[in-house]
Design a protein around this ligand. Sequence first.
Ligand code: G6P
Length: 509
Amino acid sequence: MTEAAGDAEETERRQAPAGRAGSGGAGTASSGSRGFILVANRLPVDRVPDDPAGNGWRRSPGGLVTAVEPVMRRTGGLWVGWPGASGEVPGVFDVGGLTVASVGLSEEEVEDFYEGFANTTLWPLYHDVIVPPQYHRRWWEAYEKVNRRFAAVTARHAAAGATVWVHDYQLQLVPALLRRRRPDLRIGFFDHIPFPGYEIFAQLPWRRQIVQGLLGADLIGFQRVSDATNFLRACRRAAGVVTRPGGIAVAQPDGREVRVGAFGISIDVVGLERLARSPGVVARAGQIRAELGHPDLILMGADRLDYTKGILHRLKAYEELLDEGRFGDRRAVFVQVATPSRERVAEYQALRKDVEGVVGRINGTHGRLGRPAVHYLHHSYGTEEMAALYRAADVMVVTPLRDGMNLVAKEYVACRYTDDGALVLSEFSGAADELTAAFLVNPHDIDGLKDTVVRACAAPRPQLRRRMRAMRRRLAAWDVARWAEDYLAALRTAPLRPRESWTVAADPS
Ligand code: G6P
């Protein structure tokens, strides 16, 4: 057993190197003193190997971290998570004004818990089995073990009566495990990805344990009302749990009332727009257009390279539009940013091969010397470069086959402060519930997708302005800070009374 695979508390105590631990290092005064703890599989940090000034880590940008920062500062909060690589972890440390507690995974746990159960069982199952999920008992055991480790670290740092907010599908057992150790805590859970219909969820051999794990929370939040409704049905069918109208599940054996509701996540709208307006980004957007050879139309996609995102569907539609000459005299280019993701998982490797094959075929047929028809970028870009790309793109094509929310769609809208640009958006994304003024599509319908892309490319300015303004109004009213405040306010009062501003899942029972 490696250090990282050992008992969580013991591991954490042994792994905090002197001089690295931040305010209240591991095993010192910080133990049991945190009034607010956020628990997520990932820490919001990147490793910086040559960093003489810092401690070897840098804070990574992200909406969630921006949103919870005020409450973290107010409460002396802590973020519990995995730094993203196997092996030893540095325990508790400060990074960019945040205090984080790192949870270690051994190489075997990365394979069985992260790549296996989280990303080859749950991820495809929860995304409507776009690829077949695999069920392996060894992976489930690793999932239980790692969830126990997260719960142990959290229990150790939480002050009496603290609030703990657990995030996403990797950690669905943590609420019940934590409640067993620390019944004094107020526990929230938020699921960032879809929760599937029962006919699909029922495949999972451990469906009852997952439902019971989640029911350890006081409030379970989902992206959409339909996800919350699916979960309530799973409570009844998989675990025989009684549910009540208004989004309440009655946990057994204690009879606690657990609230279930929808809270669609958002982005830091003001911060991103400010960045998009900055002179550096404006200049870079112009430079991107120039580097692309001043095409008449720039279409763009930006995703993690994931089979849920419908990248092949959108490339197929674009290829057929080029084959058929449907852009007319206008020279179009497609920029596809495909951020490397879960690269050791077989389905991701297969997808990469397929995408790169299609890109090669399109460029072979439609490219000219120095003028590819698709610019395929298998890289991860910083927020500034992404903002510049969003500013340069005339049409943003977001075509997931299934997506909890899709923040790329919201980021594009936030950057279009000039009220121009077109968003083509899949009906199967959570964002489609909110951005109803987008050009909505069913990405499985390639002809429909092609027609919609053509309509978006040809739409007159006043129509684009009307659509963009409507989307921007919605975004301005619902940014990530509002989302976090709303969720946490509901958690404070759960399970006593629902807040008016949150959507209670309709319970069809
Ligand atoms: C999705 C999930 C997150 C996850 C992210 C990146 O957005 O909801 O929980 O962190 O993808 O995936 P990764 O496997 O790299 O953490």
